[in-house]
Design a protein around this ligand. Structure first.
Ligand code: HEM
Length: 533
């Protein structure tokens, strides 16, 4: 009889291979019913060992296993590949792996069906786990809970706050220019830190009523320092994945970097800081109601407090039986989401734009022509008039759109397919397998030559401007439906879209009315801002 150890050593791997092959085959059979092209990966993209190893092992994997299925299983493939794999395998295909199937869609018509059917294609479980770490919020909710939060929060993120965003972004950008021009030779390696500082300071002011003068952003790295609410929330938002998956005791070990130790402190302090801020806001509200005829601050936090308290009270909103209110957990969660969703996205867009403009002086001059026409040079009082000035800065907005077209901060939109469901595209029905996930690949759709032309990979902001308009009154091109989705689309479209646009345009206008940017010699890792003549 065979020794049990040998039996285990031989049978174990055989069983593992058999279950791997069976899982792959079952998923393949389910995917085949869709009638969509199929790519196969022997690895499950989301399984922990592969999740940790696939990026460092990418050069080896792609050399030894140069199959499209393997390429697509490595995170960020769409950013590297652009449109090549979709061009070869079609606008939608299914990646089959032993764990589950992934539908990758770069088809505007299929995208339309997916985005409009939010109940059939809810948020990914992983997104919910990560983003609800600090309370339930709009992004992590589905069904009725999502509708209620969206109805309450969404409208308040739009035009109401734009003037505040414009004014704070203008202040921040002018302080940033002053700071940069003070550096020796106007050269600085802090472009990204500067843009991140502007993004967080605007969120701090508009979101939480906490204004702060500009200084390039350095995340707090002292676990014993007193953290402010904005510092704690921005650190948690920045390191959200670590915050969710790494236990606090591990972050605190003596050999861990200071930033992780500080994150552990922030995680401990955030709930208390949130309650304190909310309490202060409530007290302030009472004070202001007496002194200012019932008026409260108009920042995002005040708005959430007001809505939640109105919902609990005996007024009309309260009478709606909770339909118009948020729980304390939802207030905390949506406050966190406000930073988590609005910080890096806006900061990265600004950083990409500054860097690209430094490398393309011709587009800088093109945008400056408009800024000079609309604002004149310098920090003029007229420039502070949002209503009069913002709509005239079409080229600045075109630069944002073109930056987002080529470098979307959210490179794909993920959804789950919990149950088998069918989807109709151009008269053809596809049966999608259940227990799968889908990704809308806007990174690809935004550069498809069939939609954007042969120069689709070129940075060319003028493609967004209707020809023949007068400078300062030029109109923006509306792209074909679902071909430009940096803010997603359908009912779950990003509610912070207008805020990000106003902030971006203001920073461009304020910066380039006073200086131009240029790269400093390769290797120096710096960017130079020069005062304009
Ligand atoms: C350039 C800047 C931005 C980009 C590219 C961006 C992109 C996106 C995208 C793609 C989504 C959809 C995610 C999904 O459905 O899975 C989204 C959702 C969201 N964004 Fe933004 N965003 C930006 C700025 C902001 C700002 C400034 C805020 C608010 C301060 C914000 C708040 C939100 C919220 C609350 C959601 C969830 C909406 C829902 O699920 O109904 N975003 N954003």
């Amino acid at each position: 009889m065979m020794n049990p150890v040998w039996t285990f050593l031989i049978a174990g791997p055989l069983l593992w291979v058999a279950s791997w092959a069976w899982a792959l085959y079952s998923n393949y059979r389910a995917a085949k019913l869709s009638g969509l092209p199929i790519l196969i990966s022997p690895f499950s993209p989301d399984k922990l060992p592969y999740l940790l190893l696939k990026v460092p092992l990418r050069p080896i994997l792609e050399t030894l296993l140069p199959f499209p299925g393997v390429v697509v299983s490595i995170v960020g493939w769409e950013v590297r590949d652009k449109y090549r794999i979709h061009e070869r395998y079609g606008p939608a295909f299914i990646l089959v792996s032993p764990d589950k199937n992934e539908l990758w869609c770069a088809d505007p018509d299929m995208t339309q069906s997916i985005l409009s059917r939010r109940r059939d294609f809810p948020q990914l479980p992983m997104t919910i786990t990560i983003m609800s770490a600090f309370g339930t919020n709009m992004l992590t909710s589905n069904g009725e809970d999502w509708s209620r939060q969206r109805r309450i929060v969404g409208p308040n993120l739009n035009e109401r706050i734009s003037e505040g965003v414009w004014s704070e972004s203008m202040t921040q950008a002018h302080q940033m220019v002053d700071y940069m021009l003070r550096q020796p030779g106007g050269a600085s390696a802090e472009t990204s830190d500067a843009m991140r500082a502007i993004a967080i300071n605007v969120l701090g002011e508009v979101g939480y009523g906490q204004s702060k003068p500009f200084a390039p952003l350095k995340l707090p790295r002292d676990p014993n320092a007193d953290l402010t609410y904005v510092e704690a929330i921005s650190l948690c938002a920045e390191l959200i994945v670590v915050a969710v998956f790494v236990p606090k005791w591990l972050m605190r070990l003596s050999w861990m970097p200071d930033i992780l130790k500080t994150l552990a402190t922030a995680l401990d302090k955030l709930p208390g800081l949130t309650s304190k801020m909310l309490e202060m806001r409530r007290k302030e509200g009472v004070h202001l109601s007496a002194a200012a005829g019932g008026k409260m601050n108009d920042d995002f936090m005040s708005m959430l407090v007001r809505l939640s308290d109105a919902g609990k009270g005996g007024d009309a909103a309260g009478a709606a039986g909770g339909k118009q209110s948020l729980t304390e957990d939802e207030i905390g969660g949506n406050l966190f989401l406000f930073t988590a969703a609005g910080f890096d996205t806006t900061a990265n867009t600004l950083t990409y734009a500054m860097t690209i403009l430094a490398a393309t002086p011709e587009w800088q001059a093109w945008m400056q022509e408009e800024i000079d026409q609309v604002l004149g040079k310098g920090d003029d009082d007229d420039a502070r008039n949002y209503v009069a000035v913002y709509p005239k800065l079409s080229r600045c907005l075109a630069v944002m759109f073109e930056t987002l077209r080529l470098h979307a901060p959210v490179p794909h939109i993920g959804r789950s397919i919990p149950h088998p469901t069918s989807i109709e595209v151009r008269g053809k029905t596809h049966q999608l397998p259940g227990r799968s996930i889908l990704y809308i690949n806007e990174t690809c759709m935004q550069v498809l030559p069939s939609i954007w032309g042969a120069d689709s990979l070129e940075f060319k902001p003028s493609r967004w401007i209707e020809p023949g308009g007068e400078l300062g009154a030029e109109k923006l091109v509306t792209p074909e439906r679902n071909t430009f989705l940096p803010w997603s689309g359908g009912p779950r479209v990003c509610p912070g879209q207008k805020m990000a646009q106003v902030e971006f345009v203001t920073v461009m206008a304020a910066t380039f009315s006073r200086c131009r940017v240029e790269p400093v010699a390769k290797g120096a890792r710096r960017q130079r801002r020069r005062r304009r003549d």
